[in-house]
Design a protein around this ligand. Structure first.
Ligand code: EPZ
Length: 422
């Protein structure tokens, strides 16, 4: 296993190019199963999660080629079963379910395992497929979905206890693209990744309207064809580098970003005093505030503050003067970074799903243990601003979602090195 050594105290200066979105790429790659024709997806980030998805497509029978960000998929045949060995490695593999049922009228997919950020049930995905007329059975750790007479369009409310579901909306949208008649999804997730998936589906010949809002209308078509698509910039990678700029930036420019997808984060960072400016349509400039201030926010489904940026903000506020209050409403248990930040000298107290952060003058480097992707990113950020060296163990978590994070950080002046653990 590898770890990242982060030597604190450098100032960040230069340009970072943001990669294509992981969370767009995964369902879009799964959607290529909906057609027997060739699809070309560009700007797919080279990450362990996208590698798993490519492997899953291959095992299901698709021919897949991958070179410098371009993935070419031709799924002339698709097997109806996605076994546990494949699915267990990545929770997002559940998004093959919708395309498999849409194309084949049946699918057997192992239930994805639990995950440190919470229970992560898939009841809403299954409720949506049932509403389309599928029979769903969960047995022996597998989900079996069957629609021997095909799927039928329906009105579906996908709102759950914690709001909308991103991959659930995607799954139902993909299945409904080939259903008979009209499907209306109410309470849909409005995340940019859902809109990106809809754009790809429409390029394949689907008829999806309203993606990116709470109501999506899909007119089913008989078949879909091949298409080319470039995935949107990764708003969470971009956000993580914005926070790096707020912590330690002298003059940091982020290229290939879509600022419109990051409104809530930019607002909160500006309120805390950090100057952020647009530089043309696809670039953002950030500097650390001279007098940063604490702040208060709660995570929410898009367009609210993204849960995937909550851990990084806790790292920022750990050394921001004043009290900051961060509430997690999407995944209330997603605070594994807090004990690790406290080991580095932060003063963070938990009250249910709210972190109360009293800014300290400085953190001190320590060996810390990453437990999920965004928690790991938060520890790297904390290390940039800490005194001494922070050793972030279990780097494989970060490699799931950040393409070449160590190279990108080094190029803008951070002192980080990858090393073998133990
Ligand atoms: C997506 O996961 C992202 N993953 C997550 O990013 C992100 O944190 C999450 O959306 C929320 O924005 C991908 O896109 C691959 P949800 P998803 O279904 O779709 C509850 C990262 O760090 N829920 O929108 O699986 C659920 O428990 C990852 O890149 C149900 O109750 O999340 C949660 O409280 C981690 N029943 C809320 O809804 C269901 O059937 C939102 O989850 C489904 C979800």
């Amino acid at each position: 296993m590898e770890k990242l050594l982060v030597h604190g105290g450098s100032r960040l200066k230069g340009t970072v190019t943001i990669s294509g979105s992981k969370n767009s790429s995964l369902p879009i790659l799964a959607a290529t199963l909906l057609t027997r024709e060739q699809c070309v997806i560009r700007r797919v980030p080279d990450l362990s999660d996208t590698n798993y998805m490519v492997q899953i497509l291959g095992t299901l029978g698709a021919e897949v080629e991958r070179a410098s960000g371009r993935v070419i998929v031709a799924a002339e045949k698709v097997a109806p079963e996605a076994p546990y060995d494949l699915v267990r490695k990545m929770r997002a593999s559940v998004c093959v379910l919708g395309p498999m049922v849409g194309r084949l009228g049946e699918a057997l997919v192992s239930l994805p395992g639990g995950c440190v950020i919470g229970d992560r049930p898939i009841d809403l995905h299954l409720r949506g497929l049932e509403a389309l007329g599928a029979e769903v059975e969960v047995k022996g750790g597998d989900i079996s979905v069957r629609a021997p007479d095909g799927l039928r369009g329906a009105e579906i409310n996908m709102r759950g206890k914690f709001g909308s579901t991103v991959l659930g909306t995607g799954n139902v949208m993909m299945a409904a693209a080939l259903a008979d008649g009209q499907t209306v999804i109410e309470g849909a997730a409005a995340e940019p990744e859902v809109a990106d998936l809809a754009q790809f589906l429409n390029a394949m010949g689907a008829r999806v309207e309203g993606a990116g809002t709470r109501t999506i209308v899909i007119e089913g078509v008989d078949s879909l064809g091949g298409a080319e698509h470039e995935v949107i910039p990764d708003r969470i990678e971009a956000g993580t580098f914005l926070v790096a700029g707020a912590l330690a930036g002298d003059d940091l420019l982020l290229e290939n970003v879509c600022a419109d997808h990051m409104g809530a984060l930019i607002d909160v960072l500006r309120e805390s005093g950090h100057p952020i400016e647009g530089r043309g349509p696809q670039a953002l400039h950030v500097r650390a505030a001279t007098s940063p201030r604490g702040n208060e926010f709660a995570t929410e489904p898009y367009p609210g503050f993204a849960t995937d940026m909550q851990a990084q903000m806790c790292a920022l506020y750990a050394t921001t003067p004043g009290i900051s209050v961060v509430t997690e409403t999407v995944f209330p248990q997603r605070f594994m970074h807090v004990p690790e930040l406290n080991r580095m000298g932060a003063n963070i107290r938990m009250e249910d799903a709210t972190a109360i952060i009293k800014g300290v003058d400085s953190l001190s480097g320590a060996p810390v243990m990453a437990s999920d992707l965004r928690a790991s990113a938060a520890l790297v950020l904390a290390g940039l601003a800490a005194e001494g060296t922070t050793e972030v163990n279990r780097l494989y978590h970060i490699d799931r979602g950040y393409e070449n994070i160590d190279d990108k950080l080094r190029r803008v002046g951070a002192k980080v090195e990858r090393a073998k653990e133990g």
